[in-house]
Design a protein around this ligand. Structure first.
Ligand SMILES: Cc1cc2nc3c(=O)[nH]c(=O)nc-3n(C[C@H](O)[C@H](O)[C@H](O)COP(=O)(O)OP(=O)(O)OC[C@H]3O[C@@H](n4cnc5c(N)ncnc54)[C@H](O)[C@@H]3O)c2cc1C
Length: 416
């Protein structure tokens, strides 16, 4: 069923009894051309683009829980393409362009809101670094604007501009950046992929990857064995564990990242805001809650839950930037498992096992990448060659030393 104003009116006249399920709850078949492991945003987007752009629809997305139960449904929903390095800008900008047409393409309201993302700077050196980044973006055709303190003060009068340690010195604004509704992105891709014949198999955990003579031949799951000509991994925080099933050791560490939502407030924050002197990013949801997060936990973990030291750390940063937040109550708080690569940039590549592809290393930033990641992985799987905007995201760069060190922090995931 196509969603439209007319279908809404027609359904309302029938008491909304006629809406069908948005996608089928498929049972796994014994054989597929492509099996995608992971029903997060990236896995579902890959399935959608395989079917819609490359004509490959004998595809299953295998998800151990329910779709969107991983990071796709746990993130702080920020989308942007304000990167510095020439390997990253084209990829994230292609994602931004896909976001801009996504709702029309999927016929689904993903609540894409281009409200702007402002990175605050707190020293002259940081301002210079942001000017450099803004120039790199503009040279690559991406919008960027340096904002003066007085412009920011007029827009966001409640921030602490004279903070003794971290005075606000200006900011880098990308007006086309913003937020999107994370669950709706998952559901929109699922519905559109299902409509093109993709099987979305939930509550089905992959427990093994079968390899014969160096080539992948299928997967073992809790719902039986599935044969496949090609298998693609899109399991984010579980990448190392699932890749190990095929005998691969990845340059990925898993760490928890936590998110917070406050009680609903009247509209006061009209953009996404990032504190440049610590780790804090904050936006206001359409329901009024402030949605915010900070840095990853410093140790490796597969637990999808938060802890008190990080709460204290994030709240300190929030109070340093916006003191009145001390009066606001936090309502909810959770964690997701981040697939931290060693240079902070992602991997979309072949592996040493023929027919087995990997999409991982998304660190904090994989939600904004969802459309381009799906498109590039679909291209790689369908054509066996990298998509031009993701050609640098090679797995062997960690062996050859060609790191894409966007933040200049070296091979230390807790610093990215
Ligand atoms: C708190 C938090 C805040 C974030 N904020 C942002 C943000 O503001 N902007 C941004 O761009 N990014 C953000 N991110 C990162 C972003 O959410 C992720 O990088 C991105 O969602 C990862 O891709 P995915 O959606 O496919 O992952 P996931 O949704 O995690 O999908 C992977 C799926 O694989 C499944 N799976 C794992 N193992 C198996 C198995 N053996 N068999 C079958 N299925 C399996 C999991 O259940 C899961 O559903 C944030 C993440 C967190 C946790």
């Amino acid at each position: 069923m196509r969603y439209s104003g007319f279908s809404l009116i027609a359904q309302s006249l029938k008491g909304h009894a006629g809406w069908g399920p948005a996608w089928r709850d498929a049972s796994p078949k014994s054989t597929y051309d492509v099996v995608i492991i992971g029903g997060g945003g990236h896995g579902l987007a890959t399935a959608y683009y395989l079917a819609s752009r490359y004509g490959v629809s004998n595809v299953a997305v295998i998800e151990k829980g329910y779709i969107g139960s991983g990071n796709a449904g746990r993130n702080t929903t920020i989308i942007r393409s304000n990167y510095l390095l020439s390997e990253n800008i084209p990829f994230f900008e292609s994602s931004m362009k896909l976001w801009e047409g996504l709702e029309q393409e999927l016929n689904y309201n993903a609540m894409v809101s281009q409200r702007g993302a402002l990175l605050l700077c707190h020293s002259d050196a940081q301002r210079d670094a942001f000017a450099r980044r803004g120039n790199a973006m503009r040279l690559a055709g991406v919008d960027a604007e340096i904002m003066e303190v007085e412009q920011i003060r007029a827009m966001l009068p409640f921030l602490d501009y004279e903070n003794a340690r971290f005075p606000i010195r200006g900011g880098l604004m990308q007006w086309r950046a913003g937020t999107a509704r994370h669950d709706a992105v998952v559901w929109g891709y699922a519905r559109a992929a299902d409509a093109r014949g993709v099987d979305i198999v939930q509550n089905c955990e992959v427990t093994g990857i079968s390899v014969e003579n160096g080539r992948v031949v299928g997967v073992d799951t809790t719902r039986g064995q599935i044969k496949a000509k090609k298998v693609a991994l899109a399991v984010a925080g579980n990448s190392s564990r699932v890749a190990a099933m095929a005998g691969l050791r990845l340059p990925i560490e898993s760490h928890v990242l936590q998110a917070f939502v406050s009680e609903g407030l009247k509209p006061l924050l009209n953009c996404v805001l990032t504190f440049g002197a610590g780790h804090l990013y904050i936006s206001q949801s359409d329901k009024g809650g402030l949605v915010f997060g900070g840095g990853i936990d410093g140790y490796n973990s597969y637990a999808q839950r938060g802890n008190l030291p990080t709460i204290e750390d994030v709240m300190e940063a929030a109070m340093g930037l916006w003191p009145a937040l001390g009066r606001v109550r936090v309502l909810r708080h959770w964690g997701g498992i981040m697939d931290m690569s060693m240079d902070g940039s992602p991997i979309i590549d072949h592996t040493s096992v023929q027919g087995l592809y990997i999409n991982a290393g998304w660190c904090y930033g994989g939600f904004k990448a969802t459309p381009a990641s799906g498109m590039c992985l679909a291209h790689l799987v369908a054509k066996d060659e990298p998509h031009p905007v993701a050609a640098a995201y090679r797995l062997d760069r960690f062996a050859t030393g060609r790191l894409i060190d966007e933040r200049g922090m070296g091979a230390q995931p807790n610093l990215h």
